[in-house]
Design a protein around this ligand. Structure first.
Ligand code: CO
Ligand code: CO
Ligand code: CO
Length: 346
């Protein structure tokens, strides 16, 4: 009998993240270590911490893990690894080393499934040039998997959430909708081709997108994961002390994402993300409600959101498309801080 991991979870992938609102509340009580070599910590809501080793080298350090987002153990391993490594790419780093983090129900799932998850992770890490040199497993239900990853970055070339400048345009490298498509799969509402495309995108490393943005000396970027496009834009706008305007009609969506949302297929994580962002967001009066919920859809292993000076944006976009990121699009812009950090319009 084939193992179907998706049957074991209510919320898979980055949808299983704790609500951003609760997270911010809890983190606000946590003391931060002070050290001049800490270049980036959780203060800017960045994807990873960055620690300066010397004038030429800093370490990017990050971890992510989550319950299954698809049925097949090997594909789950690939997606979880691509998602974990993505935070290094988002900060301009090159991933070097990783450790497996695994929770596995040894009494209810066959050991082959365990091996397949790890093999998927290993293959994806190898594709990223990352060596997995250890890990840790505990017995737990449902299974959860991810990596802790260390990358290298030049201390002067760290790309952060705090690097968005008024006048920059925003480019998104992957279409949005993995949360909706995976929820629709569970409800038997999703097309097979949309499921296949969502899985292809989740497995796709942000490596080529990151290489392009490094060539253009980008200063501000993030990857779009559990807080959704709008949630991550809000975090970036707060960290950069700017306002971000998104034109949601320009945001590419996977397959039938729009009509699925229209039909009421909206995962719970979307409402958590909306609840977090609502007070800092101006919603256009005529905002399309389905586009709005797409903007809050929790992504697993989503694309990079890149800030680029207006006069370089078309060139960067063309380069991304030539690297195979064919749906990369300009989806908004950075402006001087207004009363609220985020503007959503059609
Ligand atoms: Co991230
Ligand atoms: Co992360
Ligand atoms: Co151990």
């Amino acid at each position: 009998m084939q193992t179907d991991l998706l049957k074991m979870v209510e919320q898979g992938g980055c949808s299983a993240k704790i609500s951003p609102k609760q997270l911010e509340e809890i983190l606000s009580f946590l003391p931060l270590p002070h050290d001049p070599n800490i270049l980036v910590d959780i203060d800017t809501h960045d994807d990873a911490g960055v620690y300066r080793v010397n004038d030429d080298l800093a370490l990017v350090f990050t971890t992510d893990f989550f319950p299954p987002v698809c049925s097949d153990p090997y594909e789950f391993g690939q997606i979880a690894a691509a998602n974990s490594i993505s935070d290094v790419y988002a900060m301009g780093g090159s991933p070097v080393l990783a450790l497996n983090i695994m929770m596995f129900p040894a009494s209810t799932l066959p050991m082959e499934a365990y091996a397949e998850i790890l093999r998927g992770g290993f293959d994806k890490a190898t594709e990223a040039g990352t060596r997995i040199i250890g890990g840790h497993t505990i017995d737990d239900t449902p299974p959860k998997y991810g990596l802790a990853v260390v990358g290298y970055v030049h201390p002067q070339k760290v790309i952060t959430n705090a690097g968005a400048k008024p006048g920059d345009l925003l480019i998104l490298t992957k279409p949005v909708g993995t949360g909706v498509i995976m929820a629709a799969q569970r409800m038997g509402m999703a097309d097979e081709e949309d499921i296949t495309e969502a899985k292809r995108l989740m497995k796709l490393l942000n490596k080529s997108g990151a290489e392009v943005m490094k060539k253009f000396n980008v200063k501000g970027a993030t990857d779009i994961t559990g807080f959704g496009l709008a949630g991550h834009c809000l975090k970036m706008a707060k960290a950069s002390k700017v306002t971000i305007t998104l034109n949601l009609k320009s945001v590419p969506l996977i397959g039938k994402t729009y009509s699925l949302i229209d039909d009421g297929c909206i995962p719970g994580a979307s409402f958590r993300n909306l609840d977090y962002a609502e007070k800092d967001t101006t919603f256009a009066q005529d905002l399309d409600p389905s586009l709005k919920m797409a903007a809050f859809d929790a992504q697993t292993s989503g694309g990079l959101l890149i800030c680029i000076k207006e006069d370089k944006a078309q060139e960067l976009l063309a380069k991304l498309i030539s690297e195979g990121l064919t749906t990369a699009s300009i989806i908004g812009k950075v402006i001087v801080k207004e009363e609220k950090h985020l503007n959503l319009s059609n």
